[in-house]
Design a protein around this ligand. Structure first.
Ligand code: ZN
Length: 298
């Protein structure tokens, strides 16, 4: 399990209390945010692996018999002409030597396979070591939707939580005994699930319809997740449409929270107008790099 200490520098630099609470929730649900974005994480490096990999450079110097005074001293003091691959720690060793030997054991497989040979260009680097040790995991097919060039970071972050199905909707809270009912905060008619909020609720349907009309594109009013994975047209169109959907997810969820905690909610037209204004700014940015065909489409 990832330690909470990994969050501290991340939270301290760019996140406030609201985001801290969201990340606490994510952490408690076991989502691996310390991972590559395409693997479902937030693109944060794992500091424990990183430290091991940094120490691994010292172990690699010994393995490759690098021409360093420190390597000569280590050979003379500790290894004493023994085979480094099979070297085992003496009973009483200093903590730093113990750490180097532990990392050597971790990397032994890579050393044996000669992943980092002595030829130029294949030298050990911290980036290569990190790649060797990091969690390979499966690639999430939605990562292009969430992390695309034209999506605002706050929209992408909320879409990332959405794709992990980690929103605290009332159906979950009701089962945990945190709230007294499970009806939708916006319409008050049906059970509040993620599918209801983003696919079935009339409020969301109205927002998406007005947004689609505002930017001149027919957006889906159901099965958002599947639709977002379809690759129609050019990359810029795919990314821009997903940026619009991310904005819808962000703003509809924001209205849901306003309704739940402040007993107020904006009309769909006002929300859609905010989304369209935000997207028009992004579209202006797109026009600078778009192809002539895409410019006509935009
Ligand atoms: Zn509803």
């Amino acid at each position: 399990m990832e330690s909470y200490t990994k969050l501290k520098p991340f939270v301290g630099i760019s996140f406030g209390m609201v985001e801290l609470n969201i990340l606490k929730s994510i952490w408690s649900h076991g989502i691996k945010f310390v991972n590559l974005k395409k693997k479902g994480g937030l693109g944060i490096k794992d500091d424990i692996i990183w430290n091991k990999v940094a120490v691994g450079k010292l172990a690699w110097w010994i393995t490759s018999k690098a021409d360093h005074l420190w390597v000569k001293w280590v050979n003379h003091t500790y290894i004493k002409n023994k085979e480094w691959h099979t070297y085992s720690l003496p009973a009483f060793s200093s903590w730093y030597w113990r750490k180097i030997c532990q990392v050597k054991d971790t990397f032994n497989e890579a050393y044996q396979q000669n992943l980092w040979s002595e030829t130029i260009g294949n030298e050990y680097s911290i980036a290569k070591g990190y790649e060797f040790l990091r969690d390979k995991g499966e690639t999430m097919n939605w990562h292009n939707m969430v992390w695309n060039t034209w999506s605002l970071p706050k929209h992408g972050f909320m879409a990332w939580i959405y794709q992990h199905k980690n929103m605290n909707t009332k159906d979950k809270l009701y089962k945990l005994g945190i709230c007294s009912d499970d009806t939708c905060c916006i319409c008050g008619h049906q059970t509040e699930t993620m599918d209801h909020i983003f696919f079935a609720c009339d409020y969301n349907k109205a927002v998406i319809k007005i947004v689609g009309h505002g930017i001149g594109v027919l957006l889906p009013t159901q099965n958002l997740r599947e639709w977002s994975l379809r690759r129609g047209g050019s990359k810029i169109r795919f990314e821009l449409l997903n940026a619009v959907l991310n904005a819808c997810i962000y703003h509809v969820w924001r209205q849901r929270n306003l309704s739940r905690y402040e007993l107020t909610i904006d009309c769909p037209r006002k929300v859609a107008s905010t989304i369209v204004d935000e997207m028009k700014i992004r579209i202006k940015g797109c026009l600078m790099t778009a192809s002539p065909t895409d410019k006509i489409w935009l």
